[in-house]
Each structure stands twice: as structure tokens, then as C-alpha cells.
Design a protein around this ligand. Structure first.
Ligand SMILES: *[C@@H]1O[C@H](CO)[C@@H](O)[C@H](O)[C@H]1NC(C)=O
Ligand SMILES: *[C@@H]1O[C@H](CO)[C@@H](O)[C@H](O)[C@H]1NC(C)=O
Ligand SMILES: *[C@@H]1O[C@H](CO)[C@@H](O)[C@H](O)[C@H]1NC(C)=O
Ligand SMILES: *[C@@H]1O[C@H](CO)[C@@H](O)[C@H](O)[C@H]1NC(C)=O
Ligand SMILES: *[C@@H]1O[C@H](CO)[C@@H](O)[C@H](O)[C@H]1NC(C)=O
Ligand SMILES: *[C@@H]1O[C@H](CO)[C@@H](O)[C@H](O)[C@H]1NC(C)=O
Ligand SMILES: CC(=O)N[C@H]1CO[C@H](CO)[C@@H](O)[C@@H]1O
Length: 541
């Protein structure tokens, strides 16, 4: 009777087997996340009720920008916000990323760049990324269709969009500035590099431009954050992971882990190394989720609850002598913060193959919206950009449980035999060569803010070239995309200066008018503002 009940339950819970946080990504959301507290609706209708001037539209986009014989098109969703428009000339474009765009980043007047749009009189667009949300070049995610999901096609989408909008809206002397946070930040940075003639500048927040396959630095930054937060924190985490790793080696120990974490399904006689690595991946996800959005302005929970400070309070809680139990307490706490399936509150999903069963499908019905976003992101990572967040290098406090092999296996199990280690490494290397990585990133008129606590900052670029307004900016004490969100009382005190720096440069970028200023030559004439901003930069450091 009990067995039958359990079997019946299985199909019902498949949907909830995705970890709430995976590879640096909140389930179903973009890395930038969209939980701005001012707006909780997710449907178009909801956002349009709240911001009636916002327009949601389709754009006839090309399927393949690199095959002149392919004339197929599809509907790409975009939002247009004309509310701030004054000059019919200054246009801000928020670049969509690896999840649905829902209009908030085009409409919520409290987000930073929209405050600047209001001040500068900019028209605002937000373009959804191909294969995410409602924007389907082909309505499935088979490996064959995903050939069209590449960063180069996404950049070409942006280019064709800008050219078409210039026609459609009759912008005079158009001065576009692109914005993006996280992966769209990388697109914003690369767009300046590859299509400089179409914009006057860009802001690329928390943009990972170094396409590392084995992104072990992520775990090292998390460890640094623990050390900065509380001297007892990193040792407690290390103690816990050392114990957990030891327990994972024996059947008796794995049985104890079943009890500690309420693993579903539990470890048993058929447990493989892959299952154990997957378990460590799920544990590490919790620490990632608590760290990545720490102290940012997206919601009340990131102001004070979903923070490194809270994480360290739980991990150094001396009322709980067992550090392994503290990790379980952290898992439970994190899940209260995430509006996930209630199952997640008490149960830790523990099946590698359940995730593959869902995210390995190319069928949108099997995938569901969250699974589709996870599959699209995983495809980008496996096929091109890497970013696979391991723990087994650099001798960090999270032990050696999360290996590159775990993710390589996932890539192959999700996308088939054409996605094995050899292809993964070749694809990653090709993209790194194409964009230049952190060392050879080269563009003009671009601000690249990063947060010092953000694990992703380790893949940013930091070489300032004043003469071409190539302007990295490291913000002390913030995490992922902290510069973009609405301000709040008690936010990290480095933020106002960082935002002023970005805004000042956006002002410089849009000031350029080819009709008045003549063709753009070297940026030497900007030397005064360069000196001023350099001083501001040094002061803030
Ligand atoms: C855009 O096109 C999709 C189909 O590709 C359709 O479902 C949707 O209703 C269209 N949206 C608008 C605003 O026209
Ligand atoms: C935009 O137009 C206003 C007048 O409506 C003008 O004062 C302002 O300088 C213009 N801004 C730019 C950046 O051209
Ligand atoms: C967030 O916190 C503020 C101040 O404490 C409160 O006024 C507001 O209602 C909270 N918002 C949500 C969505 O909980
Ligand atoms: C500290 O540990 C005790 C005992 O396990 C627990 O009841 C309490 O909720 C913990 N506090 C925090 C902040 O984790
Ligand atoms: C970087 O780009 C600028 C502007 O396109 C160019 O003048 C410069 O030579 C480039 N620098 C390098 C090192 O390629
Ligand atoms: C960053 O902020 C922390 C905490 O406010 C401070 O202790 C540290 O000196 C700052 N670092 C730099 C480089 O300004
Ligand atoms: C300028 C700066 O902060 N650069 C840092 C970027 O991140 C890497 C990895 O954490 C550091 O080694 C650099 O010093």
C-alpha cells in the first residue's frame, strides 16, 4: 500500500525536482532575476495594468543571420516604453537574457537606468532573448533546433532590431545605449565590440566576459565572502563539508546523510558517484543562492535575509553544535526565501536522472517554463560560454564534491552524443577566441561595473583604457548586478558613487551627436571627463 502510494506520487513531483538554484541561476528566472518588490505580477496583462503606457509587441526577426539563403522569420517579443521620450533620438535598450522578459525592466521607474531615461528623455526598449520566454524561433528545444541558440545569433538579433526600430519609429540621429546585467551584460559588452556603429555606448553590469569552462573561481569568491563576513564562518563551512564528504564515502555514512537532509530519493545500494557529485552540487547551490544576490535592492529578502551575513549567522550558530545540521538549517532557510514548490521546504531533491528526464527533453510541454529556461541556459553553457561552477580546485571550503565531470555528463545527457567533452571544449575555446576573453576585450564607450562580493566578478574585465572610454568599475561590498536595482535604505554605501559614475558616462555617450560633432575620432577630446572619472574611481576604491 505504501509502495503504491509512493509510485503514484512520482509523476506528480517530477516538476519540482529542479533545484531552486542551479549553475548560478534561479529556477525559471534570469541570473539578473526579476523579483523587483514593487511588482510581483509575471504576466503581460499584469504588467500592462500596472504600467498602462507600456507596449508589448512582436518583431519579425530573422531565424539565421549568417545564412543569406535562409529567409525564415519568427516573432521576437519586445517591450516599448515611450513615457520618457523627449528627443526622439536617445534610445535605451535593455537586453533580455536567459529567461522570460516581463516588462518590469522596461517600466519600473525605480530601477536605475529608467531614472536616467526619465532625466535624459530616452525612449526605452526591452528585447527578449531568442529561445526564452515567448520568443521561439522554432517551437521546440531539440538539439537540432538549438543550433540557432548562440550568442552570435543573439547579437545579430540586437543589430537587426536596432536598425528596424530606427526605421519604424523614425528616430532622428539615433543614439542608442544598451544595458544588460549578468549574461545580458556580456551581450551588452560584446555588442559594443562587434557592432559599434549601431550604438553610442553601453553599460555591461556584472558581465562575465571571460568564458571559462571550469569556473572554480566562483567557489573561491564565495569563500572570500565568508571570510570577510565572520572569522568563524569559513572554518565552520569547511568543517561541515569535510564531515559530509567523509560520510559520503560509506553506506552507513550515506544513510546518515539521508537523515540529515531528507534526501529524495535517498542514497541506497544503487547510488553512483554521479549521484554523490549531484548531491554536492545541490548543497553548494544553497551557498551560491545566498551569496549571489546579497545586499541587492531587488526585494526585501535580498536586503537582509538572503545575504552572506544571514548565511554566516546560521553557519556559526553555536546553539547547534553539529555543523552538518547547520548546513541543513541553511538549506531550509534558503527555501523559505524562495517562492518554490512547498516540497522544497523539507525535502532535498536528490535525483540526477529526474533532472535529466525533464531538462533533457526537447519538448516544451515536458520542459514547462522553468525547465525550458534551465535547458536554454545549460545549452549556452555547454555549447559556448562554459561558466560551470565547480568546487574541486583551489582547495576551497566546499570540498571536492562538485566536479567538472558532473557538468560534462549533464551536457551529454541533456543534448546527446554530439555534446561530449571534445565538442564542449572546442565550442568554448572558439567563443573565447571570438570575443577575446577578459584579457583582450576591446571596445569604446563602455562601462563595466562589477560587485566585489559577486562570485561572477572573477570573470569580469578590469583593464581601463581612458582614451577609448573603456571603463571597468569594481563596486566594494555589493554582489550581482547591485548597481541596477532600486535604491533602499541601508544599502552598501559604495552604491551611490558607482551609480553616479555610470550615469555620468551614459550622459557623455549620448551627448555625442554626429551631425553636430562631426565623425567620431579618437576619444582624446574627452580627456577632462576621463580625468574626473578616474579621480572618482580612485576615491571609490
Ligand atoms: C506575438 O506572436 C506570438 C506567436 O509567435 C503570439 O502568440 C502573440 O500573441 C503575439 N503577441 C502580440 C502582442 O502580437
Ligand atoms: C532633448 O531635448 C530637450 C528639449 O526638449 C533639450 O533641452 C535637451 O538638451 C535634449 N537632450 C539631448 C541629450 O539632446
Ligand atoms: C518591504 O519592507 C518595507 C519596509 O520594511 C515594507 O514597507 C514593505 O511592505 C515590504 N515589502 C514586501 C513586499 O514585503
Ligand atoms: C540555531 O540552532 C538552533 C538549534 O538547532 C536552532 O533552533 C535555531 O533555529 C538556529 N538558529 C539559526 C539562526 O539558524
Ligand atoms: C582597441 O580598439 C580600438 C578602437 O577600435 C583600436 O583603436 C585599438 O587599436 C584596439 N586595441 C587593441 C589592443 O586591439
Ligand atoms: C570595502 O568595504 C569594507 C567594508 O565597508 C571596508 O572594510 C574595506 O576597506 C573596503 N575596501 C576598499 C578597497 O575600499
Ligand atoms: C580589479 C579586480 O578586482 N580584479 C580582480 C578580479 O577578480 C579576480 C578573481 O577574484 C581577482 O584576482 C582580481 O584581482
Amino acid at each position: 500500500m505504501l509502495l503504491a502510494f509512493l509510485l503514484l506520487l512520482v509523476p506528480l513531483v517530477v516538476e519540482s525536482k529542479l533545484p531552486p538554484f542551479f549553475l548560478g541561476k534561479i529556477n525559471g528566472q534570469t541570473l539578473l532575476n526579476h523579483h523587483l518588490n514593487q511588482l510581483t505580477v509575471t504576466s503581460n496583462a499584469g504588467v500592462l495594468d500596472q504600467y498602462p503606457w507600456l507596449q508589448v509587441k512582436n518583431f519579425t526577426q530573422k531565424l539565421d543571420h549568417f545564412d543569406p539563403y535562409n529567409t525564415k522569420t519568427w516573432n521576437q517579443k519586445y517591450f516599448y516604453n515611450p513615457k520618457f521620450s523627449r528627443n526622439n533620438s536617445i534610445i535605451f535598450l535593455m537586453i533580455g537574457g536567459e529567461g522570460p522578459e516581463n516588462g518590469k525592466w522596461a517600466a519600473n521607474p525605480d530601477v536605475q537606468y529608467l531614472q536616467w531615461a526619465a532625466e535624459f528623455g530616452a525612449d526605452v526598449f526591452d528585447l527578449e532573448h531568442r529561445f526564452f520566454g515567448d520568443s521561439w524561433p522554432i517551437p521546440d528545444m531539440t538539439t537540432n533546433s538549438l543550433r540557432y541558440l548562440t550568442t552570435q545569433q543573439a547579437l545579430a538579433d540586437l543589430a537587426y532590431f536596432i536598425e528596424s526600430m530606427n526605421q519604424l519609429y523614425g528616430f532622428k540621429n539615433p543614439r542608442w545605449v544598451t544595458f544588460g546585467g549578468s549574461y545580458p551584460g556580456s551581450l551588452s559588452a560584446w555588442f559594443r565590440q562587434k557592432y559599434p556603429q549601431l550604438t553610442v555606448g553601453s553599460v555591461a553590469s556584472s558581465a562575465p566576459v571571460n568564458l571559462k569552462l571550469d569556473f572554480y573561481e566562483y567557489a573561491m569568491v564565495v569563500e572570500d565572502d565568508l571570510k570577510l563576513t565572520d572569522v568563524n564562518c569559513a572554518p565552520a563551512v569547511k568543517d561541515a563539508f569535510t564531515k559530509i564528504q567523509k560520510l559520503s564515502l560509506t553506506a552507513e555514512g550515506r544513510n546518515q546523510l539521508n537523515g540529515y537532509f531528507n534526501l529524495q530519493p535517498p542514497f541506497d545500494g544503487k547510488t553512483t558517484k554521479l549521484d554523490i557529485n549531484n548531491f554536492f552540487g545541490n548543497l553548494f547551490n544553497t551557498f551560491q543562492g545566498m551569496t549571489q544576490y546579497t545586499y541587492d535592492g531587488q526585494s526585501n529578502s535580498t536586503h537582509s535575509d538572503k545575504t552572506v551575513r544571514k548565511m554566516c549567522q546560521i553557519m556559526t550558530n553555536t546553539s547547534e553544535p553539529d555543523t552538518v545540521k547547520r548546513v541543513e538549517n541553511l538549506f531550509l532557510w534558503f527555501n523559505v526565501m524562495e517562492p518554490a514548490d512547498p516540497d522544497h521546504l523539507t525535502v532535498m531533491p536528490n535525483s540526477y536522472w529526474d533532472v535529466i528526464k525533464q531538462v533533457g527533453s526537447g519538448d516544451l510541454k515536458v520542459l514547462g517554463p522553468d525547465g525550458a529556461a534551465a535547458r536554454g541556459w545549460m545549452w549556452l553553457c555547454c555549447n559556448e560560454i562554459g561558466f560551470l561552477q565547480t568546487t574541486n580546485q583551489g582547495n576551497n571550503v566546499f570540498g571536492s564534491g562538485v566536479t567538472l565531470n558532473l557538468f560534462i555528463d549533464m551536457c551529454t545527457d541533456m543534448f546527446g552524443d554530439t555534446m561530449k567533452i571534445k565538442q564542449i571544449m572546442a565550442g568554448n575555446k572558439k567563443s573565447q577566441n571570438y570575443y577575446g576573453g577578459a584579457d583582450f576585450y576591446n571596445a569604446t564607450n563602455v562601462v563595466l561595473p562589477n560587485g566585489s562580493l559577486d562570485p561572477w566578478h572573477a570573470l569580469g574585465t578590469y583593464k581601463t583604457v581612458e582614451s577609448q572610454a573603456l571603463l571597468p568599475y569594481l563596486i566594494n561590498g555589493t554582489a550581482h548586478c547591485g548597481d541596477m536595482y532600486p535604491s533602499y535604505d541601508g544599502e552598501p554605501n559604495s552604491l551611490p558613487a558607482a551609480r553616479a559614475f555610470i550615469k555620468q558616462h551614459v550622459r557623455e555617450f549620448i551627448r555625442y551627436d554626429p551631425n553636430v560633432d562631426g565623425p567620431k575620432t579618437s576619444a582624446a577630446s574627452n580627456s577632462l571627463f576621463v580625468v574626473i572619472s578616474l579621480i572618482a574611481y580612485i576615491l571609490v576604491q
